[in-house]
Write a protein that binds this ligand. Sequence first.
Ligand SMILES: [Ca+2]
Length: 142
Amino acid sequence: MRLQKLIILFSFIIFLSFAPKVFASTIVIADITTDTTWDLAGSPYIIQNDKHVASGVTLTIDPGVVVKLSQGNLLWIDGKLLAEGNADNKIVFTSIDDDSYGGDTGDGDSSTAIRGWYGVIFTQTATPSILKYIVEIYTPQS
Ligand SMILES: [Ca+2]
């Protein structure tokens, strides 16, 4: 009886270690109006309408973070963007329909045609920003 319980527990642990990786995700609901960091724990970050990083405000994106935007959406930088990935942990900007980065975010069907987002746009009020090791896919610019 005791052995049986142990076997069940052991099987459960094996099951957990093979379970699909669950991604946390963060829906960006408002413009960024205070200095903010997007970290791996909150990745992927989902943008479903155009969002602004306000003038005078810094958005820092940590290495390895995935940002996913809906069809035609823009991330406007009126302030500052510090997005410094590295060779092993690039920062990815892609479509909300792209399951290859950050897992499924919405439709659950990776075979759906991927709709393009628009871009990251720096406006006249933007201050010098840093972008390193960035992947931008499914935009007209990519
Ligand atoms: Ca999907």
